[in-house]
Design a protein around this ligand. Structure first.
Ligand SMILES: [Zn+2]
Length: 314
């Protein structure tokens, strides 16, 4: 059976896996992400080389958050990585002696979910990775839709709140400022500022350590019934549903798959999000609703998808 390597090239760590044709991860290797282009490429060569020494692998797929050229060989821009208009696939192929493809990490994760996970067999699929921001992908009959220049879709930067929170992309009111782990913490901080007495526990946590109030902490507090955390989660659910109704107006998806770290807390907000989606959808009640479900492959999705894309491109 042919084996390929998928690598999730993140801003803090590089995670690689040997993946078989059934999507199973057989072996893994990881390293911290160094600064600088040549140090990063040397780290990738070392991590992939480690796996290639233990397994007979035939191709490599790299997944990263950034703009990838339509031929999947170059990286135009990646906010958390040093590559700028860099011919990454060709340089890494020369170093490794193996074919290499590059893909946006949300695209890679979506491919994995379509082939092996939550989106199996679905026609038009929107994939959202709710994490630090929102990563997104669109699959039509199993094929990624990348747009003319390789950068579509960027659903996380749809404006859902005109004049709303500032976004690092330069705009204001972007969807990811309201529906990510970062957003969940930001909403909680805003709510605590308005009503400090409503949640003494979260208020103390914030006073002790301004960075300690993460989306994960808020979700945990919501599970325990903290009123401010529950209100912040309810706000995320509403914005998620409203944003999905905009997305559905453009793509009319059969299925929406919610992945990323925040999907682990989906039981807290997904039913609410479905209700807001149905209530705000254009022509709601007179058209079929997209199914909305959580991803199945967890953190390994980008690795599995990158390996699958490398296999398909050989
Ligand atoms: Zn933005």
């Amino acid at each position: 059976m042919t084996l390929t390597v998928g690598v999730d090239v993140g801003g803090t760590s590089v995670r690689a896996g040997v993946v078989d044709a059934s999507g199973a991860v057989l072996d893994t290797a990881r390293a911290p992400t160094p600064g600088g282009e040549s140090a990063l490429e040397a780290t990738l060569a070392r991590v992939v080389g480690e796996l290639a020494a233990r397994h007979r692998v035939t191709a490599v797929g790299l997944a990263l958050a950034g703009f990838v050229t339509p031929d999947r060989r170059g990286v135009r821009f990646a906010p958390h990585l040093p590559w700028r208009d860099a011919p990454v696939a060709d340089r890494m192929a020369a170093r490794l002696g193996l074919p290499v493809v590059v893909e946006h990490d949300a695209n890679a994760a979506a491919v994995a979910e379509r082939r092996f996970g939550a989106a199996a067999g679905a026609s038009v699929v929107v994939f959202l990775a709710l994490g630090t921001g929102i990563g997104s992908a669109l699959l039509v009959d199993g094929e990624l839709f990348r747009g003319a220049h390789g950068v579509a879709p960027e659903l996380g930067h749809l404006c859902v709140v005109p004049g709303g929170r500032a976004c690092p992309c330069g705009k204001a009111g972007c969807w990811e400022r309201y529906c990510s782990g970062t957003a969940l913490a930001a909403t909680t901080v805003e709510m605590l500022a308005r009503a400090p007495g409503r949640s003494p526990a979260l208020r103390r946590l914030l006073a002790d350590d301004a960075d300690g109030l993460t989306g994960r902490r808020v979700a945990a507090a919501a599970r325990e019934g903290d009123p401010v955390a529950c209100a912040a989660v309810a706000d995320l659910a509403r914005r998620l549903g409203e944003g999905l109704s905009l997305v559905a107006d453009v793509f009319d998806p059969e299925l929406v798959v919610i992945g990323g770290g925040v999907s682990g807390s989906a039981p807290l907000y997904l039913d609410d999000a479905r209700e807001h989606y149905a209530a705000t959808l254009t022509g709601g009640g007179r058209r079929p609703l997209a199914r909305i479900r959580t991803a199945q492959l967890g953190e390994a999705a980008a690795v599995v998808g990158a390996a699958q894309l490398a296999r398909a491109a050989r």
